[in-house]
Design a protein. Structure first.
Length: 135
């Protein structure tokens, strides 16, 4: 654990920078209904987050146009993201939040949560791009 803590700030910075680039990319995609990431100026909490944070973290959520079926298709088509529920690890993850939470969920059925890892952001963007083409 102590060895991991020595590189923790560098990993968080890299994950935050990657998440920012991916959020910006996804916010421009016509098959994405919404991107939830406080690093985007369009996010309702951006001003508060910018005042309180030096970077915006490695987590973001997206809502896929077309509902649950299209969200499932996108999640199934990515190759670099692992389907799992976790936070802040070195590998990028994707999950369909409503499925994880079950019948009582308040999460939109088209919402996917992404935890950005340490893979190169260009590789993750390429992966998302090829998956979006399948929708």
């Amino acid at each position: 654990m102590l060895r991991g803590l020595q590189t923790f700030p560098y990993r968080v910075r890299a994950q935050s920078a990657g998440a920012q680039r991916i959020a910006e990319y996804l916010s421009q995609q016509p098959k994405i209904e919404a991107v939830h990431y406080p690093g985007l100026a369009s996010h309702s909490g951006h001003k508060i987050a910018a005042a309180q944070m030096s970077s915006f973290g490695g987590m973001l959520s997206i809502q896929v146009k077309g509902g649950q079926v299209e969200a499932f298709k996108l999640a199934a088509a990515v190759k670099l993201f692992t389907h799992a529920t976790s936070l802040g690890g070195p590998h990028s993850l994707i999950e369909h939040r409503a499925s994880v939470e079950g019948a009582a969920t308040r999460s939109p059925v088209n919402l996917l949560r992404l935890s950005i890892g340490l893979e190169h952001p260009d590789d993750l963007i390429d992966d998302l791009e090829q998956a979006l083409k399948k929708l």
